[in-house]
Ligand binder design. Structure first.
Ligand SMILES: C[S@@+](CC[C@H](N)C(=O)[O-])C[C@H]1O[C@@H](n2cnc3c(N)ncnc32)[C@H](O)[C@@H]1O
Length: 203
């Protein structure tokens, strides 16, 4: 059920996946520092995660102004002191971030161009501290194949939203990430045929 405050967006998927994601992130995120969230959308995860991880500063970012307004409405609502005001960040433009102790993105890579996935990898490698995690949640192909018929159908759906969208091949991204000195730490199978993938920056 929606507990969204006035002016805030609410998405059922973000509500359903927030707890299982946070449960995995508990064993991944650092004990201090700033988590930069990419593509924060309406801000539900920023509101929730900042409560689950009060020892971390949670920095939401989002390119769309209307969504940043929703993030701000959630921020005022939860009033968590460690939740920062949303920043405008398009992953394919210069990032307004110099350093991060962790980076998190949920359901971004399949609803953006393939070049956005490359931008996430290259920019993350630049701003993450040595050993810090890049945590990406969403549906992926494995070795070029859809993991389920429902994800194959979902791929058709998202390509209908925009021809540049599409479910990415995790194994292709793993090879690309290695070129940026980002190395797989864990690949967690999540509900509803999603994965939570954690890379860590090398030296
Ligand atoms: C499916 S929504 C997911 C939102 C949120 N992470 C969640 O799980 O509810 C995808 C988000 O990606 C954002 N997005 C799309 N292209 C982007 C880009 N190039 N850089 C950053 N964010 C982008 C959209 O504005 C949208 O908020």
């Amino acid at each position: 059920m929606s507990d969204a405050p006035p002016g805030a967006l609410f998405f059922g998927a973000a509500d359903r996946n927030k707890q299982p994601i946070a449960d995995v992130l508990t064993g991944v995120l650092p004990s201090a520092g700033t988590v930069v969230e990419l593509a924060s959308g309406g801000g539900q995860h920023a509101a929730y995660m900042s409560g689950r991880f009060p020892h971390l500063t949670w920095q939401p970012t989002e390119p769309e102004a209307a969504r940043r307004a929703s993030i701000e409405a959630w921020r005022q609502h939860v009033n968590n002191p460690n939740l920062a005001a949303p920043l405008e960040l398009d992953v394919q433009q210069p990032w307004p971030i110099d350093v991060a102790d962790a980076i998190y993105a949920c359901n971004l890579l399949h609803v953006s161009a393939r070049s956005a996935s490359s931008a996430v990898l290259s920019a993350s490698a630049r701003v993450l501290r040595v050993g810090a995690p890049l945590c990406i949640y969403g549906p992926f192909k494995r070795h070029g194949a859809f993991t389920t018929p429902s994800n194959a159908a979902f791929d058709v759906t998202v390509r209908g939203w925009h021809p540049s969208y599409g479910i990415r091949d995790l194994d292709e991204l793993i090879v690309e990430a290695q070129g940026h000195d980002l190395h797989i730490d864990r690949i967690e199978e999540m509900p509803a045929n999603n994965f939570l993938v954690v890379w860590r920056r090398g030296r």
